[in-house]
Design a protein around this ligand. Sequence first.
Ligand code: GSH
Length: 217
Amino acid sequence: MLGRMMKLHNYFRSSASFRVRIALNLKGLDYDYIPVHIAKGEHHTGPFAEISPDRLVPLLETDGDQLSQSMAIIEYLDEVHPEPALLPSDPLARAHVRALAQTIACEIHPLNNLRVLKYLVRDLKQDEDAKNAWYRHWVREGLEAFERQLVRHPASIYSWGSTPTLADCCLVPQIFNGQRFNCDFAGLPRTMAAFEACMQLEAFQKAQPSRCPDAEA
Ligand SMILES: N[C@@H](CCC(=O)N[C@@H](CS)C(=O)NCC(=O)O)C(=O)O
């Protein structure tokens, strides 16, 4: 490992943080867990705001530097600690894995994260039911697109191939968050099979919100 112990500033319920926790666990990398309670606004003030230009979790302190954006962090980890690889070596396969990951990270997550949901309620005066309907709509639409991508390729254990990839680092947290909002996962057999396969692995189990030091009921 490079230099000092890495520090992951994150929040147990944050799915972008969960992605990075999975990647760190898959690679067997130790890190200090630094909780940032985003529901209480801790990302906007205090020590975290000093080191985080975008004021979002996760943020990884490593090698004397600070990295933001979960996808950039995971690709960095994959380059510096190449085993086990989270992206395939074949360029076409790699593009497919990135496309699956981005279907979640770029098409679902930005529409549903905390500040968007707060804006819907506080500024646009939407009620809880409307907020939840919005959330479920974008999860469902995104996961259907994910499933359509999976069925174009031969069946595999995980989202792509016989080892977990960046796509699985994104899929599992999205399913966890979808479960909190009672999203409908019916008719997504390949997606849910990949999720179940991942959840057999200690790296995914250990990263789940309920096992985080800052977990709340
Ligand atoms: N694209 C970013 C998203 C980061 C992000 O939105 N994180 C959420 C938690 S999952 C957050 O910090 N939200 C605070 C807010 O919305 O105010 C990434 O992948 O890291």
